[in-house]
Design a protein around this ligand. Sequence first.
Ligand code: SF4
Length: 311
Amino acid sequence: MTASVESVMLAEPRGFCAGVDRAIEIVERALAKFGAPVYVRHEIVHNTYVVNDLKAKGAVFIEDLADVPPGATLVFSAHGVSQAVRQEAQARGFSIFDATCPLVTKVHVEVGKLHRQGYEFLMIGHKGHPEVEGTMGQLSEGIHLVEDVADVARVQPRQTERLAVVTQTTLSVDDAAEILTAIKARFPQVREQKQQDICYATQNRQDAVKVLAPQVDVLVVVGSPTSSNSNRLRELAERLGTQAHMVDSPDDLQSAWFDGKQRVGLTAGASAPDILVQQVIERLKALGAVSVQRMPGVVETTRFPLPKGLK
Ligand code: SF4
């Protein structure tokens, strides 16, 4: 069978969120103001194209502060950092710009506030993700990671009178709800957040896939393998019974995915730039797509201010 794509349906919203926009702008403005190199701790956002573009402009991505020379300009990535990293960077006198998404900072502030009131925490998130390391690293102890329902059965907080839940901002909304239900069953007195930590952008992109996936034969998600929210979009479509593939660049597309598939859905994770979406559309047109439709969806208006010194 050969590719038979007829139409492309675009999820709405998709692509960059306000936190990613702000983080990239912080690096670009720091480069413009202070000149290259600007050091960035961890990938500023989890996207290969974005990272390579900033590297070409003079950004140097590092994981270990030991690789940053004295007096350098240093940017913390959108995922946030632990207190230990923040304190080390301050002690070494770097000129620091914090690109931590304000919605991640909000979680950090809440953890600090409740900790001072004697709370211990269960954090729903993925082990090893830098946001989880940053949030758990707000405290030296008393914050326990639960990745799934099985972890909830195993976790052993020192006390259960003052127990609170926090989550990574880019989780599957449905998985997080299931884990939270298990937490509430085991620890009925647990304190829930007034507002969930999963961010508006993650929620909106998953909602859009829930609408789009049943209407298409295959879904393409533009996003890098390290991008948590992009992976969740692909998984969500598959759970809904729609074949889904994630691509880091248009070159990853395989024409065999579209054999016998007429309607192709297209979305992008919060860290994936629109230029890649446009390039994927061009490839799909080359495979026969004659129409490109935008689905109705939420219009996002969230914007975050830049840090002092870069406005
Ligand atoms: S995905 Fe959400 S938490 Fe992450 S940078 Fe975007 S708005 Fe912030």
